[in-house]
Design a protein. Structure first.
Length: 429
């Protein structure tokens, strides 16, 4: 009860709109598909008018394309709206951002999983919809957000930052894994025996499960209601190891910082699209996302660079009528091999995210590994020597002398027709 009160008080202080949005989502999930689509049409009309009136980027783009929001009278008319790519969003973020809203804006940063981190601002209602959508997904698995949880998500090495994160984790009744040393994993697993759910990068949930299974004679003793993987494709081999340890499969949450929660997996194994906050289209297998609540940074017909299969409509046996994403392609976790140790590939993302957040150094990069113990970082611009030193130091924090790093500057990394992978391995993962 105390943990519940602490959590609810925190939500009340940070963003009380979460409560009303969550209540709405719990009601709307019982709507039939026709009612949901009618709601989507209403919201996309509002968003288009708002973006055209308030965003310099959208007004110019739509005028150049001879498109006007008045042309949309059905969801089929979405095809009239010009698509935007991730590169366009990155290059035009300043002109997309709307700062004239009468509500507080919340800073959001991406780790740059496709090679380039960036920062934008969400309006408070958007933030509330995001949190409420996550909480609804939890509810499908009998999980309350204030219940004790394990968290495998990123690192921090600054002592002050680490103290802040530990304090925040305590208030949210969660604990996280800060490194992948055996001793730290053992400590994390001991805590996990008292937790209700586990979440984090799918490849790292798998790695922890695999390491546990390699220790013969070690008892499980876990009683998790939900194991959630995100940011990467959940492979079959991941599920095999996870089921062995925890007795249940890893479920998927699919989304992006700028696109919001796109889909969440129900207990029947179906990825339901979060239709109250996003419209999802499929173009030759590529997903196009419209975030219906993105008033401060409109995301309209956005190609995020992922490939999906949307299932023909069927009402899930869980009772929810939302459309289903049958398969997500392209978010596969890979391993960086040092001379001695192995590292999750998303560690590279955090190197560049740290530089962006802490040093305001934004780099467009691609990492390539051709031999163990060596890593080549291609950067599309030329950087100052002091910035290069900071980059080397940041890599050192994670890899030490286990990886020999080579930096190649002035490389053209742009890809017009497909998602650019932040890490390419020519080794067998």
């Amino acid at each position: 009860m105390l943990r519940k009160l602490i959590y609810l008080l925190g939500v009340l202080l940070i963003n009380r709109r979460v409560f009303n949005n969550y209540k709405f989502l719990m009601e709307s999930q019982n709507w039939d598909l026709g009612k949901i689509k009618a709601y989507q049409l209403e919201k996309i009309k509002e968003l288009l008018s708002h973006a055209y009136d308030s965003s310099q980027y959208y007004r110019e783009k739509y005028d150049q394309s001879n498109f006007h929001p008045d042309q949309v009278n059905s969801l089929k008319d979405l095809e009239k709206i010009p698509v935007i790519t991730k590169q366009e969003v990155l290059d035009n973020s300043h002109n997309i951002q709307i700062t004239t809203l009468p509500e507080k804006l919340v800073c959001s940063k991406t780790s740059g999983s496709t090679g380039r981190p960036f920062m934008f601002y969400r309006n408070k209602d958007w933030d509330a919809w995001h949190r409420a959508s996550v909480f609804r997904g939890y509810s499908w698995h009998g999980v309350k957000p204030w219940e004790r949880s394990g968290y495998i998500w990123g690192y921090t090495f600054s002592s002050i930052q680490r103290i802040k994160i530990i304090l925040l984790d305590y208030l949210q009744n969660q604990f996280r894994l800060f490194s992948f040393k055996d001793s730290d994993i053992d400590k994390f697993l001991r805590k996990l025996r008292t937790a209700s759910y586990l979440e984090g990068y799918s490849s790292m949930v798998y790695e922890i499960a695999k390491r546990f299974n390699e220790r013969k004679g070690v008892e499980g003793g876990f009683n998790l209601k939900m194991i959630k993987g995100t940011s990467e494709t959940i492979l079959d081999k991941y599920q095999q190891e996870v089921r062995k340890v925890f007795g249940r499969k890893m479920i998927s949450e699919y989304g992006a910082a700028e696109a919001g929660i796109i889909a969440f997996e129900c207990p029947q194994g179906n990825m339901h699209i979060n239709m109250e906050t996003v419209i999802v289209e499929e173009d030759n297998g590529e997903i196009i996302v419209t975030n219906l609540v993105s008033k401060s940074f409109p995301i309209i017909r956005y190609k995020i660079g992922d490939y999906v299969k949307i299932e023909a409509y069927k009402k899930c046996t869980c009772g929810i009528s939302h459309l289903i994403i049958k398969e997500i392609v392209g978010r596969v976790g890979k391993i960086v091999y040092g001379h001695v140790h192995e590292y999750p590939s998303f560690t590279i993302n955090y190197v560049f995210k740290n530089l962006a957040v802490e040093k305001n150094i934004l780099l467009n990069y691609q990492a390539i590994q051709r031999t163990k113990g060596h890593l080549e970082i291609s950067i599309d611009q030329y950087i100052k020597e002091e910035d290069k030193d900071l980059l080397m130091k940041e890599f050192n924090k994670y890899f030490g002398e286990d990886i020999v790093l080579k930096i190649v500057e002035g490389v053209n990394l742009k890809s017009m027709y497909k998602k650019k992978t932040g890490f390419i391995s020519e080794l067998c993962n």
